[in-house]
Design a protein around this ligand. Structure first.
Ligand SMILES: [Zn+2]
Length: 331
């Protein structure tokens, strides 16, 4: 039996609760319920299953499945695309198999896992799967070209698990919590340098899982500056935005037993504000120094691509004042 789409959609009518459940979506009993945890990205009240769920199969998540995401909610097929994280053709194929339109047997998906409300602080394992898949799917010579465009060695993009999202035509940069678990994906267009994130991502830190620890922890803003610091052999971590996730940087510094945190601040107001927040968050863990690229140099990557080695950066850092928590003893 040939599986043309209108015919499939007709066959699926009235069976969407069953279909989405078979795809691993914990949807039973949720028809017409709003304000639920999202089975994909968690939270407490961001998910809704619309009335007529069996008929039409429409679900919605304020964070990861809404009018601004691709796909966006509309019918059961787009719910399936969103849930399985596949393109339309693959979703149609899955549906055709399920409905027996091609005589195939349904293969249950193993990767799906319920988000448990009492463990909402644990990141959804799907983020790590997404990061790994995009890393694996990026052809080696594309990664080499992306590195070349940045003026950095390709090894550093491998260490940071940079991949490629064919759908959005962007490099993918896993963002992590202080324990190294993937909590979201940063996207960067290699041509325009436009930066955004996969919908539903938690803003997290960018760092390589092979940091040695026991060394100064260098903090930069954004993925490419972080990659530049890594490329000269420094233990580096990137914050998602100026002043963002400073508490996580402090946790990482503590976990890595960093004797010092060195902030490479951007030379603008946001950079100065971000540096100040980092100092306040990290000074309870260890000494903190703030440095900036020399005048006329835009950012950390330009500085390093222009020839600054680790020794140069260390010398600049050592010349900067160290900020430490002063403990005053009352006599
Ligand atoms: Zn969601």
């Amino acid at each position: 039996m040939k599986a043309d789409l209108p015919r499939l959609m007709m066959m699926a009518r009235g069976r969407w609760t069953e279909i989405l459940t078979a795809a691993g979506m914990p949807i039973e009993g949720l028809e017409n319920r709003r304000g639920r945890p999202c089975p994909k990205c968690g939270g407490r009240d961001r998910f809704a299953a619309f009335p007529g769920l069996a008929e039409r199969g429409v679900v919605y998540c304020r964070f990861c499945f809404n009018k601004n995401t691709n796909p966006r909610p509309g019918d059961g097929l787009s719910s399936l695309r969103w849930w399985l994280a596949v393109d339309a053709a693959a979703a149609v194929q899955w549906l055709a198999r399920f409905l027996g339109a091609e005589g195939a047997v349904v293969v249950p998906r193993h990767v799906e896992r319920r988000v448990r409300i009492d463990e909402h602080r644990d990141p959804d394992p799907r983020w790590a799967e997404m990061a790994e898949r995009w890393f694996a799917e990026m052809p080696d010579h594309w990664r080499a070209r992306a590195a070349e465009r940045l003026g950095l060695p390709v090894e550093v993009l491998i260490r940071l698990m940079v991949g490629w999202d064919f759908e959005r035509r962007a490099t993918t940069w896993p963002m992590r919590d202080p324990d190294g678990r993937v909590v979201g994906i940063r996207l960067r267009c290699p041509v325009s340098a436009r930066k955004w994130a996969v919908s539903g991502s938690t803003a997290g830190l960018i760092f390589s899982l092979d940091l040695r620890g026991g060394m100064p922890l260098w903090v930069a803003e954004g993925p490419t500056d972080t990659a530049a610091l890594c490329s000269v052999g420094l233990d580096a971590v990137g914050v998602p935005s100026a002043g963002g996730r400073v508490d996580w940087v402090a946790s990482l510094a503590r976990r890595l037993r960093a004797p010092e945190v060195i902030v490479v601040a951007d030379c603008d107001d946001a950079g100065a504000m971000g540096a100040e927040r980092l100092v306040r968050a990290c000074v309870t863990i260890c000494g903190v120094r703030v440095i900036r690229p020399p005048d006329g140099i835009k950012d950390c990557r330009e500085w390093i691509v222009g020839g600054a080695h680790a020794d140069v950066l260390r010398a600049v850092a050592n010349a900067a004042a160290i900020q430490q928590l002063k403990v005053r003893c009352q006599q």
